[in-house]
Design a protein around this ligand. Structure first.
Ligand SMILES: Nc1ncnc2c1ncn2[C@@H]1O[C@H](COP(=O)(O)OP(=O)(O)OP(=O)(O)O)[C@@H](O)[C@H]1O
Ligand SMILES: NC(=O)c1ccc[n+]([C@@H]2O[C@H](COP(=O)(O)O)[C@@H](O)[C@H]2O)c1
Length: 273
């Protein structure tokens, strides 16, 4: 799809964002675009499936996001997984910051197209949810007709920094235990694929591995911790660094962190200035 075609989707994206934020019975998780387009599943659908889910604020989508998604598809290739790029419109910790959500969805379309050039037979869906916590997103996903709980294995793609937040009991009042994880995103055959994210704050890969092995086996048995294969395109890449680079007019600092389509969108739409 050309940039002009994706631009024509902005009004529909805006409407969907408003609907997702509305109180029930509005759907909390919506699929807004599919590559290739998919018809509603027939009621008799019986085949089991694996879906790799990359949940992010995509502000903007980076090359790190792309490589995490591609490596996750490869990691689970035996089950021919689909990929769900899921935009979180509320963050568990941070207030919302630019760009507008419809622009992030547009850039997610560009990301999906780029992923499709490397993984041409993969079904890629673009979705939106307003739930900040993974336990709630997991339940929402199970209620979506494309991903029925009894037929779907969820594989959540996380960076190490996000794993530590997933497992922080402060997010689970009133009991402040990790019990809600076991009945949701860690239930059944679901798994978490975690990418090391070496950083002064989070430690080196060895420290990140020992954190995972120190976890209760009911959690660590469901976690695969891997290093990114495309080291140069992933390590040190973050949406924050791209936003800062654009703001400072430092082309060298940000262009390498995003795909060509996303870079073009950022420039044409004047994002992050
Ligand atoms: N370079 C990276 N290495 C490992 N994991 C990453 C990397 N970039 C993003 N992730 C993971 O991808 C998921 C979604 O990314 P997220 O939106 O938080 O990106 P971000 O670059 O950290 O964003 P921001 O800079 O705006 O905080 C998170 O689980 C995050 O840990
Ligand atoms: N306990 C949790 O479920 C939990 C904690 C922190 C962040 N998150 C989510 O992780 C995603 C990525 O967050 P950041 O953009 O802050 O890295 C967001 O959807 C955010 O809401 C979930």
């Amino acid at each position: 799809m050309s940039i002009t075609t994706i631009k024509s989707l902005l009004p529909a994206f805006r409407t969907a964002i408003l609907t997702t934020a509305s109180p029930p019975p509005s759907p909390t998780l919506q699929i807004l675009k599919s590559y290739p387009p998919r018809p509603p599943p027939p009621p008799s659908q019986q085949q089991t499936q694996t879906v790799c889910i990359l949940d992010s604020s995509f502000n903007p989508p980076t090359k790190a996001h792309m490589h995490l998604a591609l490596q996750s598809l490869k990691h689970h290739k035996a089950t021919a997984p689909s990929l769900l790029l899921l935009l979180a419109t509320t963050n568990a910790d941070k207030p919302s910051s630019p760009a507008a959500y419809e622009h992030r969805l547009a850039m997610m379309c560009l990301l999906a197209e780029e992923i499709g050039t490397y993984s041409s037979n993969t079904q890629i869906d673009i979705g939106i949810t307003h739930h900040p916590r993974f336990i709630d997103k997991s339940v929402d996903l199970s209620s979506h007709p494309f991903f029925p709980a009894e037929l779907t294995r969820q594989v959540w793609i996380l960076g190490y920094d996000t794993l530590t937040r997933l497992l922080d009991t402060k997010y689970y009042p009133p009991t402040h235990t990790l019990a809600p994880l076991h009945s949701t995103l860690l239930s059944s055959q679901n798994r978490i694929l975690v990418f090391t994210r070496p950083d002064a704050k989070f430690g080196d890969p060895a420290e990140q591995h020992s954190y995972v092995t120190s976890l209760d086996p009911s959690i660590s048995d469901k976690v695969d911790l891997v290093a990114a294969e495309a080291v140069e395109e992933v390590e040190g890449v973050s949406s924050t660094n791209v936003r800062t680079g654009v703001k400072n007019g430092d082309e060298k600092a940000w262009r390498g962190g995003v795909g060509g389509g996303v870079a073009e969108w950022i420039v044409k739409e004047g994002l992050y200035l």
